[in-house]
Design a protein around this ligand. Structure first.
Ligand code: ADP
Length: 535
């Protein structure tokens, strides 16, 4: 202790007061003394990290320790005898004398024995936050006060940083569109973001402290405890870190699809889970609208391709057919006038046949064009082709209540095909199947792939649970313009067969084992197009 007069007893009192920082009772002065004890006390006081300042009843500084010098930037000699207000900024400095006087006359304590956070002022005028606790002691009957000062700049900075980070976090939580719900390992909600309030319709005050299963409909509501318990026991992840689409429940009982991601963290030995939930209602509706549009578009493009083909065909066929009619008409006139001779009649027939053949060529040419024209072949993975074609073909199918199963063989050799054309075939077959099932209750579509190595082929089959192919069509199914549909062109299957045969494959139909129709496409394994057994 640096002081003008650090009396032995005072040093002891200070040290004792220091130990019981907020004790107002003066430390019991030790009767036994001696230089050793005094120097020990002095050492303790001077080693203290906290500043220790002793003032008398007028506020004059009687002694300080080294920590005080360090804290305030004054040498002891500059402080001893000065009023303690020198260590305070305004307005505390001006008011200190009256605080002290007030205490001495009324005994009313503001800091003494209580301790509080105040601001200190250094010699250079800068200020710093400090914890001040004051004890009272007596020196020869006169009251003296011992102030213990702890610089809390670092603690304050840490607190500020924490508050800032909390604020930052809060502002993130407030603005993130996902609902964020934190629960503990018992499923008790710890925090509920504003987006969660909006999504579930509960104010956070109503759910914090309650089980998270209020946000779920049955049967998940009942099962949730066991989900957490199983995860904690086995570590087996079903949703944590994976994310999935689940059903949420709002306060008004309404349920809705939501995408849920769950993260996990530990704090002070306890485990917590953070759920990020996003309402899918709107997205699902938007997706459904897009699907409807796509379905319409597909339908329209299909019609337009057919329409184009039909008009080209009509145009191309018009000429030879008109000619056939003209020749036949002329032949009939020859016959009825009995004027013509057989030779002339034969000529007419010959010409009519020629034109009919030309008409046949037109049709063959057109089908050939569809089957081979603009073909761009590559090595392709059949399952991939199937999956892509299905994704397109099944747009809107789910709404029609069609259940689709895929039985794809993983070990298929590749094929060498024009993927657009083959997908066109699959698209047609699947569309036909879906359309056929419109008339029946049970709507099951099975698309399967398998290899037939002994034939060097890969097979794709499309089976439905519809009524099956009408018996009267069975023989003509793959001929053009054969249809049972009001708006059908009857070209789909004939084009499909052209395409498949153009790839050295086969397209056939059969009755399904459990009713319905099965259409099979076989395609040669890549590299075996020439040798594939097309039989
Ligand atoms: P479209 O679909 O324009 O009628 P298609 O050539 O694709 O032309 O089909 C011809 C006919 O074959 C259809 O009208 C239908 O009667 C019959 N058909 C095709 N696929 C099936 C199926 N999966 N189940 C029952 N009948 C089918």
């Amino acid at each position: 202790m640096r002081g003008v007069r650090p009396p032995t007893a005072l040093s002891r009192e200070i040290a004792l007061t220091r130990i019981g920082t907020v004790s107002t009772a003066p430390g019991p002065a030790r009767k036994s003394g001696g230089d050793l004890t005094d120097s020990l006390y002095r050492a303790i006081v001077d080693t203290a990290v906290d500043g220790i300042v002793v003032i008398d009843r007028t506020g004059a500084i009687r002694s300080i320790n080294t920590a005080t010098e360090r804290l305030f930037g004054y040498a002891a000699s500059e402080l001893i005898g000065r009023n303690v207000k020198i260590l305070m900024p305004e307005p505390c400095a001006s008011k200190h004398a009256s605080y002290l006087a007030n205490y001495l006359s009324t005994g009313q304590k503001r800091i003494i024995g209580i301790g509080r956070e105040v601001v200190g002022r250094r010699k250079n005028g800068s200020v710093f936050p400090m914890d001040l606790s004051v004890g009272e002691a007596r020196d020869g009957g006169e009251p003296i006060f011992v102030g213990i000062i702890r610089d809390i700049t670092d603690r304050k900075a840490a607190e500020l940083a924490q508050r800032e980070s909390e604020l930052r976090l809060r502002s993130i939580l407030d603005t993130v569109p996902d609902a964020i719900v934190v629960i503990d390992a018992h499923g008790i909600i710890q925090s509920f973001s504003p987006a969660a309030e909006r999504l579930f319709g509960y104010p956070s005050s109503e759910v914090i402290g309650h089980k998270v299963n209020v946000l779920m409909p049955a049967p998940y509501r009942e099962a949730h405890d066991s989900y957490i318990e199983r995860y904690l026991r086995t570590g087996e992840r079903r949703i944590i870190g994976i994310g999935r689409v689940v059903t949420g429940r709002r306060k008004n009982g309404e349920t809705f699809p939501m995408e849920l991601q769950i993260g996990e963290f530990s704090f002070s030995g306890a485990r917590y889970f953070t759920g990020f939930a996003r309402d899918l209602t709107e997205r699902q509706e938007a997706e459904r609208r897009i699907q409807d549009l796509q379905a319409e578009l597909l339908h329209a493009s299909r019609l337009s391709v057919m329409g184009q083909m039909a008009s080209t065909m009509a145009h191309e066929l018009n000429q030879p057919l008109t000619a056939v009619m003209n020749y036949l008409e002329a032949g009939r006139r020859l016959l009825s006038s009995r004027a013509g001779n057989l030779e002339r009649l034969g000529e007419m027939m010959e010409k009519a046949i020629g034109q009919a053949q030309r008409a046949g060529d037109v049709i063959r040419g057109l089908r050939g064009f569809v089957g081979k024209g603009g073909s761009e072949r590559r090595i392709q993975n059949v399952n991939q082709l199937v999956e892509e074609a299905l994704a397109l073909a099944l747009v809107g199918a789910r709404q029609r209540g069609v259940r689709t199963s895929l039985e794809l063989n993983d070990a298929l050799p590749p094929v060498f095909v024009d993927h657009v054309q083959i997908q066109q075939v699959l698209l047609n077959l699947v569309r036909n199947a879906v359309e056929a099932m419109e008339q029946v209750e049970r709507r099951e579509l099975t698309v399967a792939t398998r290899a037939i190595p002994e034939k060097g082929m890969v097979e794709i089959s499309v089976a439905d649970s519809g009524p099956g192919v009408a018996p009267e069509l069975a023989n003509r199914l793959f001929q053009p313009f054969v249809t049972t549909k009001a708006t059908g062109m009857g070209l789909g299957l004939s084009i499909c067969r052209e395409i498949v045969e153009g790839h050295h494959g086969k397209l056939s139909s059969a009755a399904g084992p459990a009713g319905g129709a099965v259409f099979c496409v076989t395609l040669p394994i890549a590299g075996r197009e020439g040798t594939a057994d097309g039989s």
